[in-house]
Design a protein around this ligand. Sequence first.
Ligand code: DC
Length: 226
Amino acid sequence: MRIAIDGPGGSGKSTISKILAKKLGLIYIDTGAMYRACAYVSLRFDLHGDALKEFINNAEIDFLQDDGTQRVSMLFQGSEYDLTEAIRTPQVSAKVSEVAADKRIREILTKKQKNLASRKNVIMDGRDIGTVVIPDAEVKIFLNASVDERSHRRYTELKEKYPDISYDEVKDDLMKRDETDIKRETAPLLKAEDAVEIDTTGLSVEEVVQEIMKTVKKKRAAGENI
Ligand code: DC
């Protein structure tokens, strides 16, 4: 079974995907982490445009399940770099939408993602999974929540690591990213026509998981071999 989960930042995609992956025995692939890894490389090595494309084309992005947390690493010229923490900084968050709007980068990452999805038993989250990466996914979900709820979730997460960060800063960054992700020309953030939309505002994690499980069960009851 392949599950595609799309939605804006802070809508709960990664939290929900990790739980469902465990419950259903699927491999979780966080495609946002792949775009974040590209943004990190761009900032760290001052690489842009074709030079960044060249680097990413020759690198491998790997996911490793490590006791509940997912570690993200990049393999480049025989060396492996653990980027798990580095891709979550406010600097990378501020840069990532610009990198994700670059057609050349999207082309490479979409190809890598389609390849990963061909393993079949995956739950993949992002912005264009149901529309572009796995348009034939058996289950498609679009998560959403009010901008205030999403900002509060992100703020609570970030506050632990960056005590000086302000709520307004987090909300501002989230809104800017929403706008770039929705307006970009290639593979914008969009609900697939056949996706089930869930507004997670005010819902607990368990309630959202149950809602998605209903869709999975419905498909199974309808005789779909998933
Ligand atoms: O889910 P996230 O916040 O970690 O995603 C980081 C950025 O990557 C976000 O601004 C949108 C972009 N992204 C994308 O364009 N396509 C995807 N499939 C996943 C993420």
